[in-house]
Design a protein around this ligand. Structure first.
Ligand SMILES: Cc1ncc(COP(=O)(O)O)c(C=O)c1O
Length: 400
């Protein structure tokens, strides 16, 4: 055993106390079985600590849970009125008009719609399709439909690459720069028509692209290039160099901002997200969408979440406190990490990470998968404190 490993183990014992390494289980959902009165447990594989999907371990707002309980009896209804209410609330929250909001079955659906509308040879939307999309009065298509490439960072959240590939789009990957920010000058040079996807904070690196650079990039962009900024982790970012680009939408008809209820609102299993853009952009996305794609449970939960003044503040504080603990533990073990502006952390393991991921999994700790362009980095979701203690203790064991 190496000296550093011995030191690590000693430091580890100081950190946690003897015998503190135990397996934390994911919270179990009990589903009452109405006919038998028994309960069915649903969870990740038994005993698995899941730190692989950037979920919010504290779950949804209690107000969202109550709202869903009360909404069980509404399951027979189509969700139109609830969707209208949520759109209204989101418009108010973001200082835009209702026709600038499109709800999605998770923000993943928004990404798919953007790929469908703006990438690939099939991206042209016909006038008939636009009419079918319940157009907003007065809105018009002010630009030609894109035929386009998808321009993304590498690495970034990959869902949209898959959608664009299905759409037979060319995909241009531009490596993140040395600060793990989007390399916007290179992305600008690659962009003509089509869609630029900017994930800020970025998944999997949890890094941000500085606000001045992003503002300049949007200001300089050609109106023919659509820019989708994915702000799934917006609420976790606290750097003075970060800002949402949502206020820029009024001046930029080529800008779309995607948000989700899966992260800070703890609703990943419910599926609700949305985007904000100018009305004519929303009209270009809508024809690609299934009608009523957000279900009534997700809608009532989202509405209640927005009414819970504590959900965002509590989520940020808990994530930040536990992240500080993980920073300290990882540093004590001799590893560096990319400072995180999200609810996950990229740790430089200084060696290929694939065997470590597998070894952790053997010991019931599931971390993020390999990201090929950063083969030595491990992505770990910031779970609850006991889960992170288990992660650190297991990491010590498997990296010995
Ligand atoms: C950057 C990013 N965008 C979008 C999503 C999809 O989220 P949703 O659950 O809203 O579909 C994720 C999920 O992890 C993500 O990391």
């Amino acid at each position: 055993m190496s000296r550093s490993t011995l030191i690590n183990r000693r430091r580890f014992t100081q950190l946690f106390g003897a015998g503190a390494a135990y397996l934390a289980t994911r919270p179990q959902l009990s589903l009452a079985n109405s006919s038998t009165g028994s309960a069915t447990s649903v969870s990740a594989p038994a005993g698995m600590v899941r730190l692989s999907s950037n979920e919010n371990p504290y779950g949804p707002s209690p107000m969202a849970v109550n709202a869903m309980s009360e909404a069980f009896r509404l399951a027979w209804r189509y969700p139109d009125e609830h969707a209208d209410t949520l759109v209204e609330m989101l418009a108010k929250l973001n200082g835009v008009n209702r026709d600038q909001i499109l709800l999605g079955d998770g923000s993943g659906e928004i990404l798919k719609l953007c790929a469908a509308a703006f990438t690939g040879p099939l991206s042209a939307v016909t006038a008939r399709e636009v009419k079918l999309a319940r157009p907003t009065r007065g809105a018009s298509l002010s630009f030609k439909p894109g035929r386009g490439k998808l321009i993304v960072a590498d690495p970034t959240f990959e869902a949209i690459l898959n959608h664009a590939a299905v759409n037979r789009a060319d995909i241009v990957k531009v490596p993140l720069n040395a600060s793990f920010a989007h390399d916007l000058p290179k992305m600008h040079a690659a962009a003509r028509e089509g869609l630029v996807y900017i994930c800020n904070p970025n998944n999997p690196t949890a890094s941000i692209t500085p606000k001045n650079e992003l503002r300049d990039f949007i200001a300089k962009s050609s109106p023919k290039t659509m820019i989708l900024v994915d702000e799934a982790y917006h609420h976790y970012a606290d750097s003075s160099d970060y800002e949402s680009v949502l206020p820029l939408i009024s001046r930029h008809p080529n800008l779309i901002v995607a948000r989700t209820f899966s992260k800070i609102y703890g609703m990943a299993g419910l599926r609700c997200g949305y985007c904000v853009a100018q009305p004519q952009v929303i009209q270009r996305l809508r024809p690609h969408q299934t009608w009523d794609s957000v279900n009534i449970m997700a809608l009532v939960a989202a509405i209640a979440s927005l009414n819970d003044a504590d959900q965002v503040a509590n989520g940020r504080r808990r994530n930040s406190d536990t992240k500080k603990f993980v920073y300290g533990a990882v540093t004590d073990l001799g590893y560096k990490y990319i400072p995180s502006q999200a609810n996950f952390l990229m740790i430089d393991m200084k060696r290929p990470v694939t065997p470590l991921i597998a070894a952790l999994r053997e010991k019931h700790v599931q971390v993020g998968r390999l990201f090929p362009s950063l083969p030595n980095y491990m992505r770990v979701t910031i779970g609850k404190r006991d889960e992170m203690e288990t992660f650190v203790s297991t990491l010590v064991t498997v990296s010995a």
